[in-house]
Design a protein around this ligand. Structure first.
Ligand SMILES: Nc1ncnc2[nH]cnc12
Ligand SMILES: [Zn+2]
Length: 349
């Protein structure tokens, strides 16, 4: 397969059509303004913005916290099991259109239980959408429960207790929300317990927080994958470790620009991460807030970074399968399908 033979003008189409997995998507971050307004009306909730346009205009973030404030307020319109179903069903259809064949979907139960919405309402709605996605869309998907790191470890333990009766409906746990001042060590005992329970472990680290938070997420939490992780390049030893141990980073380029982690896409370090041998993937994070779903993240990033070509397109899709939490056999099957897709793109060249 001679990937170098693929002309650059064919790249955008290939990025969009190639099969891929999405491993970093917060389902509450897929809540579009239209659905926020429809649910607010249905549930009799008054919003702080008079119109969809006014809400969209407020999506001008200066950092992670300025986004989180609006994101948690938006999630406040979700009340019933059907609301959670509708949100997830909408995302799954959108993902299908981007040729996503597998999604590992984060949800933030504490955002909802703190408002009096029962854990069962949240997870039953999401699970119903995931199961329907498998049956009707042929899209494989699973749920990862994220703990909010700005809250206490005791609160997270209480959430874990509430979640355990639904253990079959989620495959793992993650750690999200405001990173600065909430280091991995705060949740070491919680993650040790989750590990004993056989849950898969991921954590946001090195998005706004320092590279040491990435090392700590690996050493103190035993995280198997790092969400974002882009600040690892500040520590060459850490980069060598990530590459040697094939620890994947779920990178979210449009998010990183919207939250001012990088001033513009042309300054993003994704190409450098790949060149250093890091198992990086591309993801959308909170697509309703950051200007695009998965294919838009791919095409905008490749447009901005001339170092990225067909070889990197293949590598990113392959990494997304390799880093997923599905059975090895399934991963191999998906990679074989990807190989066939790219062989076809190369044609007789
Ligand atoms: N980018 C992000 N970082 C931390 N927590 C989040 N929750 C939703 N999106 C997030
Ligand atoms: Zn995230």
């Amino acid at each position: 397969m001679n990937l170098e033979s693929i002309p650059r003008q064919e790249l955008a189409g290939i990025l969009c059509r190639m099969p891929k997995a999405e491993l970093h998507i917060h389902i509450e971050g897929s809540l579009e303004p239209e659905l926020i307004f429809a649910l607010a009306r249905k549930n009799g909730i008054e919003l702080a913005y008079p119109s969809i346009e006014a809400l969209r205009a407020a999506y001008a973030f200066t950092d992670l916290q300025s986004f989180l404030d609006i994101y948690y307020a938006g999630a406040g319109v979700l009340q019933t099991e059907d609301d959670f179903f509708d949100m997830a069903w909408s995302y799954l259809n959108r993902a299908k259109a981007d040729n996503v064949i597998h999604a590992e979907i984060f949800f933030d139960p504490q955002t909802h239980t703190a408002r009096g919405v029962p854990f069962a309402t949240v997870i039953n709605g999401l699970d119903r959408a995931v199961r329907r996605g498998r049956e009707e869309l042929g899209l494989s998907a699973s749920l990862i429960l994220c703990f909010l790191r700005h809250l206490s470890e005791a609160d997270a333990f209480a959430t874990l207790e509430e979640a355990l009766p639904f253990r079959d409906k989620f495959i793992g746990v993650g750690l999200d929300s405001g990173e600065r001042g909430n280091p991995p060590e705060k949740f070491a005992a919680l993650f040790a317990r989750c590990r004993e329970l056989g849950l898969r472990l991921v954590a946001h680290a090195g998005e706004e927080g320092p590279a040491s938070y990435i090392s700590d997420a690996l050493d103190l939490l035993q995280a198997e994958r790092i969400d974002h992780g882009v600040r690892c390049l500040e520590d060459p030893q850490l980069v060598a470790r990530l590459a040697a141990q094939r620890i994947a980073l779920t990178v979210c380029p449009l998010s990183n620009v919207k939250l001012a982690v990088f001033p513009e896409l042309g300054h993003h370090n994704l190409a450098r991460l790949l060149a250093a041998g890091v198992v990086a993937t591309i993801n959308s994070d909170d697509p309703a807030y950051f200007g695009g779903y998965l294919n838009r993240n791919f095409t905008a990033t490749f447009d901005a970074l001339p170092e990225l070509g067909a070889r990197e397109a293949y590598l990113l899709a392959r990494n997304s399968f390799e880093a997923s939490f599905v059975a090895e056999e399934t991963r191999k099957e998906w990679i074989a399908g990807l190989d066939a897709f790219f062989a076809d793109c190369c044609g007789g060249r």
